[in-house]
Design a protein around this ligand. Structure first.
Ligand code: 4NP
Length: 153
């Protein structure tokens, strides 16, 4: 059976589409299914933000086919690992959990690099291009660690 991994941010157009694209590029699609979602409903059906598409393209990642969707409670049934981009997203997902089993699937993605330090991937939406470069670099490092862990499964 595949291992299913979900990346979650607020809008599902800036951070989590990058996390999805990066982790996909580091894992075998026959073994690992990667998806992304937003806790909010602002961008359902939308393409990733052009700034995320651009930074991905400079790294030879094509994320243009992704479309925004909202996190659903049923995602707890489908996914084994749910990575929140920041502590707000983490709290929102935990708030939707039906039981302890659901809660155990939810992680703060930068805990992979800075365990227990509650470090956020900052929301780059209101800022400039440098914010997206920073986000990419953080997610690249975190996804490398996640991909290595998943290979050991
Ligand atoms: P994301 O960034 O959560 O990384 O996709 C955002 C995108 C859109 C909004 C907020 C954050 N928004 O409020 O529309």
């Amino acid at each position: 059976m595949k291992t299913n991994v979900l990346m979650v941010c607020l809008g599902n157009i800036c951070r989590s589409p990058l996390a999805e694209g990066i982790l996909k590029s580091k894992t075998d699609p026959k073994k690992i299914f990667v998806d992304s979602a937003g806790t909010g409903d602002y961008h359902i059906g939308d393409s990733p933000d052009p700034r995320s598409i651009k930074i991905a393209q400079t790294k030879d990642l094509d994320i243009t086919a992704q479309r925004g969707r909202q996190f659903q409670v049923t995602d707890f049934d489908k996914f084994h690992y749910i990575y929140a981009m920041d502590t707000f997203n983490y709290g929102d997902i935990i708030g939707l959990a039906r039981n302890e089993e659901d809660k155990k699937k939810v992680f703060l993605i930068l805990d992979e690099i800075f365990p227990g330090e509650n470090v956020d991937v900052p929301d780059p939406y209101q800022g400039g291009e440098q914010g997206f470069i920073n986000v990419y670099n953080m997610l690249e490092e975190a996804c490398s660690i996640i991909a290595t862990k998943l290979k050991g499964k």
